[in-house]
Every structure is written in structure tokens, then in C-alpha cells.
Ligand binder design. Structure first.
Ligand SMILES: [Zn+2]
Length: 235
């Protein structure tokens, strides 16, 4: 059976029998562990946190220093074979305050992603039209993975039309009807699964997804493993 792939997790996973991409925020470098796969980025929430902490500093200043740190770190890490992707980064219309600053930071991630051939892991809340128009405007070619997707089928269809991958996690346990519609809509060659911040095992998430659509878990894990290898190469 193909190994399970956890495309986005905030946990340190010390297991050799599965593939997990651990998220590391550039501002949390104490956390960096290069012994397994990871992604590096600046979360839109982390920027707004900094803004609140440093009220006197301007947003553009913060965004510039954050992107500089990201660029520096990225070039230092380029030779590391465990450094797989950029992110999570993205756009959030609900939780963080300045949308234009988020956009700037997101576009910086896209530029780096294209320049260094690193796929992008994206956090998106109520900003899907922006994500799609930015993909068109920047003519980005790197694979994009929307993590923790929980929007509707129509939004999923629009993302799929722009060759974007969709990763599901928590939604599978919260809304079975919607999850079923999503799992029927998203072709297996564009699907990923993830634990994100949850305490669930990736096995439970595979089992849940497989049972919702009545699919053999071995077939599901093979399909998702193929997606992983297509994007990140053979491991
Ligand atoms: Zn996350």
C-alpha cells in the first residue's frame, strides 16, 4: 500500500511510515526541524499579530521586513532536500486586518515560488476570487495547493479550472454532506488530505474520506501518493 500523505500539518511527526509536510512559519524559526519534510512561509495571521504587537511600525515596513526574512531564509535553505514547499501563506478576509498588505506578501511568496520552483501551500478564507485572479495575473506555473478547503462545490470547480489542488481535512468530520459533494467533484488527481492543527491521525482522515464516498482506502492512498510524486518528485 502507498504511504499516507499529510500535505499540511503543524505537528512534528516522528514517523517513518508516512509522508508529512510540516508547516514552519518564518517567525517561528526556533521550531525549525530539518529532519523531515517541511514548508516555509508567512501566515497572514502572523503578519496581523506583528502589526498589533508593533503598533507604531507601519504595515508596509513590517511586510517588507517579513518578505526580506523570507527571501533570506529561502535562499539559505535551497539546498535542503526536505524543504519542499512555500507556505502556508495566503489571503484571509475574516481574521487578519489589512488585506492589501496580505496581498503584497502573498505575491512575494508567488514570485519566490516561481523563481525557485517551490509549490505553494495556501490558506484562504473568503478570498477565492482574489486567489484566482492573482494566479491569472501572475501567470504562475507552480502547483498551488489550497489547504483546509471548506468552501462550496462551485468554488472548488473554479479552482480546479485553474489547475489548483485542493486539500481537505477537518471539514470531513464537520459536514458529511458537503464533504461528499466535494469528494465527488474534486478528481482524485487534484486531491490531498491533511491534519493541519487537529489532533487526529492522518489515517483517520483517509478512512473518513474513503468511507464518505465508498472508495477503497488503498486506491485513495495510491491516488494521493501519485499526486505527491507528481508535484514533488520521486522520494
Ligand atoms: Zn495550517
Amino acid at each position: 500500500m502507498s504511504p499516507f500523505v499529510d500535505i499540511h500539518t503543524h505537528h512534528k511527526i516522528d514517523r517513518k511510515d508516512l509522508i508529512a509536510i510540516r508547516n514552519i512559519d518564518v517567525d517561528n524559526l526556533a521550531d525549525i526541524d530539518v529532519s523531515s519534510f517541511y514548508s516555509l512561509g508567512i501566515h497572514p495571521w502572523s503578519l496581523s499579530q506583528q502589526t498589533t504587537d508593533n503598533g507604531q511600525q507601519s504595515l508596509s515596513h513590517l511586510s517588507n521586513s517579513a518578505t526580506r526574512r523570507l527571501g533570506d531564509l529561502l535562499t539559505r535553505r535551497l539546498g535542503d532536500s526536505n524543504f519542499l514547499a512555500l507556505g502556508e501563506t495566503g489571503l484571509d478576509r475574516v481574521a487578519a486586518h489589512d488585506f492589501e498588505t496580505q496581498k503584497k506578501l502573498f505575491i512575494k511568496h508567488i514570485e519566490l515560488s516561481e523563481q525557485y520552483n517551490k509549490p505553494l501551500i495556501i490558506h484562504c478564507v473568503r478570498a477565492y476570487p482574489d486567489i484566482i485572479s492573482i494566479r491569472k495575473e501572475t501567470k504562475a506555473r507552480q502547483p498551488w495547493i489550497i489547504h483546509g478547503f471548506r468552501a462550496n462545490v462551485q468554488t472548488a470547480e473554479q479552482l480546479l479550472r485553474h489547475e489548483i489542488y485542493i486539500s481537505l481535512g477537518d471539514v470531513l468530520f464537520k459536514d458529511e454532506e458537503k464533504s461528499k459533494r466535494l469528494l465527488v467533484t474534486i478528481p482524485s488527481e487534484r486531491l490531498f488530505l491533511e491534519t493541519d492543527v487537529s489532533e487526529r491521525n492522518i489515517e483517520d482522515i483517509y478512512e473518513k474520506a474513503a468511507s464518505i464516498i465508498g472508495k477503497d482506502i488503498e486506491v485513495l492512498s495510491r491516488d494521493i501518493f501519485n499526486n505527491f510524486e507528481k508535484i514533488f518528485g520521486k522520494i
